[in-house]
Design a protein around this ligand. Structure first.
Ligand code: ADP
Length: 201
């Protein structure tokens, strides 16, 4: 039997990684789309060879690794290039996600997809949506501290992401992460118990 597939999303800095870390501590299988997006472009992977053919060998360094900053620079101002890149990477991430779902024998699993609502790549795979939520100002200050970015740089990223209201509207469950760490972790524990009950029902 297929596990209940619970998608987890939220804006940058909302606390997705923090929540996923807790879920893993609880023994939950967490499939992380960001992790997979790095795996599919590791040295020797077919996607990396395709990227090199499309964007030129300058996007790969001497050790055969992707030069992310260089690739970001190329696709930043070129929507066609960005679409080509996504066309190379996304199907391979989705293939790995579906493989991991098929291999999972737990009652439920969590699929962490930062841009879940911005694409509908997983709408046929998921059963529920959990949103990690905090105020945009909180996202901004946490990301500035974590990634050493300016407020303007964080705002530019946030503008490419779904609005808070839309995310909340799509959520089956919300983890409210405005307060202290000590307030968010028990919410994750309660959510885990609830999802186990739902999955077993
Ligand atoms: P995301 O994965 O959604 O981008 P993170 O889980 O990495 O977000 O959280 C963003 C930053 O804020 C991290 O440095 C994290 O340690 C910190 N953080 C997350 N939740 C809290 C909280 N409740 N209180 C204080 N700092 C937090």
């Amino acid at each position: 039997m297929r596990p209940l597939v619970v998608a987890l999303t939220g804006g940058i800095g909302s606390g997705k990684s923090t929540v996923c870390r807790r879920l893993r501590e609880l023994g939950v299988t967490v499939i992380d789309a960001d992790e997979l997006s790095r795996e599919v472009v590791r040295p020797g992977q077919p996607a990396l060879a395709e990227i090199s053919r499309r964007f030129g060998s300058a996007v790969v360094n001497g050790a055969g690794e992707l030069r992310r900053a260089e690739l970001r620079r190329i696709v930043f101002a070129d929507p066609a290039a960005r679409r080509d890149l996504e066309g190379i990477i996304h199907p391979r991430i989705q293939e790995r996600v579906r493989h991991a779902i098929a291999a999972c024998t737990d009652p439920y699993l969590v699929l962490c997809v930062p841009l879940l609502l911005e694409t509908d790549a997983y709408s046929n795979d998921i059963d529920r949506i959990v949103v990690v939520d905090c105020a945009p100002e909180t996202q901004r200050s946490r990301v500035m501290a974590r990634d050493n970015l300016t407020a303007a740089e964080v705002d530019a990223i946030m503008r490419t992401q779904a609005a808070r209201a839309l995310r909340l509207q799509r959520a089956d469950d919300v983890i409210e992460n405005e307060g202290e760490m000590a307030e968010v972790l028990p919410q994750v524990d309660r959510l885990h118990e609830r999802l186990l009950r739902i999955a077993r029902a």
